[in-house]
Ligand binder design. Structure first.
Ligand SMILES: C[S@@+](CC[C@H](N)C(=O)[O-])C[C@H]1O[C@@H](n2cnc3c(N)ncnc32)[C@H](O)[C@@H]1O
Length: 348
């Protein structure tokens, strides 16, 4: 889309692009709202009262829903927004898009379970830390094709099932959080949960699962029609509230070495992240990759194509979906993943 120096056109174009590229097919409500705003100069000038970085549709729509905006058609929303603008703007200024998707654990779990334990987990950019409890959720892995079943063995122990799917539960029984994931390729589905003895995260602005306001914000960040994700988030928050995990406040590059040093000496330290490095500039990205090589850790990254230095070059296959992430251990690609954890194609 052509850049414009006119701030009204810039915001209008931004909302139109959001409608067409991001919301279409995923949220009819957000698509309607974004198209409506793109064609509504009065609301565009309201939004332009915010600093440019805070005008992003996802942030503004989440803030509006946080304050009770009527979900659905554009006209009621357009009537509601000016009346509640002071609240919405204040929330945009004090909050950020920090969606925490526990579903991502489904693609991490086989890689974690393949490592020699006990494990100490560190997630960088952890938000509220909901991905730090992979052993406390239940999983339903469905096989995309029957060939992959033969590579993954049959369920026993805490895992169960057969045929076209495999269930895996925490050692103390089924979790209120059930994560579904379609698998293909020779994925080494675990028979039991990895032994995780310590866990911590790093985030510039950690969200607190014990804070109702933070949880309400996490709920508002999930798009309107995605009720299943909201129920899962609530269930994951309930699990996380029973098992508090420290999320260190700070920049991942500044905090990682000290946090690794705090992990129990007998544990294998695993540093992991999803969709992180693309947001760092090249200097910070290389600094982080350098720390992952230097520190005594296993490094699991789940990132877009060619984001982690050296990974794409080692691929011997191409993903079926251009939006697929690559799960890698160090610079070794091991799987293609759907970014929210809905599918996993093992390639190693
Ligand atoms: C979209 S959330 C991702 C949450 C989680 N990783 C997940 O997959 O569900 C991104 C998080 O990164 C944090 N963040 C951004 N830059 C960071 C940095 N340089 N160091 C640490 N955290 C950062 C933000 O505060 C936000 O909580």
């Amino acid at each position: 889309m052509r850049e414009s120096t006119d701030p009204l056109v810039a915001t209008s174009a931004r909302y139109r692009a959001f409608a067409e590229v991001e919301a279409r097919g995923l949220s009819a409500c957000y698509e309607r709202w974004a198209v409506g705003i793109a064609d509504d100069p009065q609301l565009v000038s309201l939004i332009d009262e915010l600093p440019a970085a805070k005008r992003q549709p996802n942030l503004m729509f989440s803030a509006a829903r946080f304050h009770g905006a009527p979900v659905g058609e554009y006209a009621p929303f357009a009537a509601w927004l000016p009346k509640h603008w002071a609240d919405v703007a204040a929330t945009c200024l004090t909050h950020a898009t920090q969606t925490n998707e526990p579903g991502r654990c489904a693609v991490l779990l086989p890689a974690l379970a393949a490592l020699a334990g006990p494990l100490a987990l560190i997630e960088v950019r952890a938000s509220a830390g909901l991905c730090l409890h992979p052993d406390r959720y239940s999983y339903r892995y469905r096989f995309a094709d029957s060939d992959s079943d033969s590579d993954s063995g049959s369920g026993s122990g805490s895992g169960s099932g057969g045929g076209d799917e495999r269930m895996l539960h925490p050692v103390d029984g089924p979790s209120p959080v059930l994560l579904d994931c379609v698998v293909s390729g020779p994925v080494p589905l675990p028979e039991r949960m990895p032994d995780i003895v310590w866990r911590a995260g790093i985030d510039l602005n950690p969200l607190d699962v014990h804070s109702d306001a933070d949880v309400a914000w996490l709920e508002a960040l999930i798009w309107p029609e995605h009720d299943d994700r909201r129920s899962r988030l609530r269930a994951a928050v309930a699990v996380a509230r029973q098992h508090p995990v420290e999320i260190v406040r700070g920049d991942l590059n500044d905090e990682i070495e000290a946090l690794v040093a705090r992990a129990p000496a007998e544990a294998t330290v695993v540093v992991f992240h999803t969709a992180v490095l693309a947001y760092l500039n090249e200097t910070d990205r290389n600094r982080f990759a350098g720390q992952m090589t230097r520190l005594p850790v296993r490094w699991l990254s789940n990132e877009g194509y060619s984001v982690v230095p050296g990974v794409a070059e080692r691929l011997t296959a191409t993903p079926a979906e251009s939006s697929a992430f690559i799960l890698a251990q160090g610079s070794e690609p091991i799987a293609f993943t759907q970014p929210h954890g809905r599918s996993l194609h093992w390639i190693r």
